[in-house]
Design a protein around this ligand. Sequence first.
Ligand SMILES: Cc1cc2nc3c(=O)[nH]c(=O)nc-3n(C[C@H](O)[C@H](O)[C@H](O)COP(=O)(O)O)c2cc1C
Length: 148
Amino acid sequence: MSSRPPLLRLVYMSQAHRGMPLEALSSLLVKARAANEARLITGALLYQDQVFFQLLEGPEAEVRALYSKIKQDPRHFGCQILLDYQTNERLFPDWSMGHASATPAQVRAIPGLNGFFTRSPSAFHLDAKDVNQLLDLFREGLLTTNPA
Ligand SMILES: Cc1cc2nc3c(=O)[nH]c(=O)nc-3n(C[C@H](O)[C@H](O)[C@H](O)COP(=O)(O)O)c2cc1C
């Protein structure tokens, strides 16, 4: 009998409401990290040009419950799931929610991502290869990681 891998990996993108200040993001992250730790959720959040790109990993029920809450959060809109599957390992096992931003030059340097962060949410589309490329950059520390 084969059992399902125990973790859910979910990646989505969304559009921040205009004028969401950086301080609002850091207070969001402080709360998110404490809550995620309690639910065994880890992941990473990229914020660039008013676009969020977030990876959530953890027990399936916890990740799905969190994503339904996040989807309804009035600070952003247009959530689109890019990846959603079971896995055995976490990409960011040590981060209750890592945070990074990318410079426009970094974004331009990834062929599949050119223009990606300037699209409107209805046009968000990234194939799995592009998503993984972005996550790799994050993991390799090639994006500007922010302590906040
Ligand atoms: C882009 C974005 C990412 C978020 N990420 C998380 C997260 O990783 N963990 C978390 O607990 N809340 C996160 N939130 C906040 C949730 O939407 C929600 O406000 C929070 O879970 C508190 O919900 P509650 O007041 O119902 O407990 C995020 C919100 C936004 C806009």
